[in-house]
Design a protein around this ligand. Structure first.
Ligand SMILES: [Zn+2]
Length: 115
């Protein structure tokens, strides 16, 4: 699958993070949020982000579920969120953690929202 046309927009500030290249993790040019992931689904994105950041003790299934269960007005949405990029074919999923937020702390808080 050609990476041409891939677009990843920061879910925290709406800046365009990647446009036309294959995302590989890094920081948002708009708000400095860190992002990682690239899984084929939300759980895979969370698992890849956990691996990229070296976070221990987080269950990717539960953290991913917890992120989806957050209500729109939950303040945790401003700290950690999962989003998909846009591309032809299957999109990939990325976790964004706001600048200054510890990924381990934020993902543990997300995991606590799982059923
Ligand atoms: Zn941003």
């Amino acid at each position: 699958m050609s990476p041409v046309g891939v677009k990843l927009v920061c879910p925290l500030c709406r800046a365009t993070v990647v446009d036309g290249a294959e995302p590989s993790g890094g920081a948002c040019p708009g708000c400095a949020a860190r992002y990682a992931g690239g899984g084929d689904d939300a759980r895979g994105g969370v698992a890849a982000a956990i691996a990229a950041w070296g976070v221990a003790g987080i269950d990717a299934d539960r953290a991913g579920e917890g992120l989806f269960r957050l209500l729109p007005d939950d303040p945790l949405n401003a700290q950690v969120t999962v989003t998909s990029d846009r591309r032809d074919g299957y999109y990939r999923w990325w976790v964004f953690v706001a600048d200054g937020v510890d990924p381990a702390t934020a993902l543990a808080a997300a995991e606590a929202h799982a059923s």
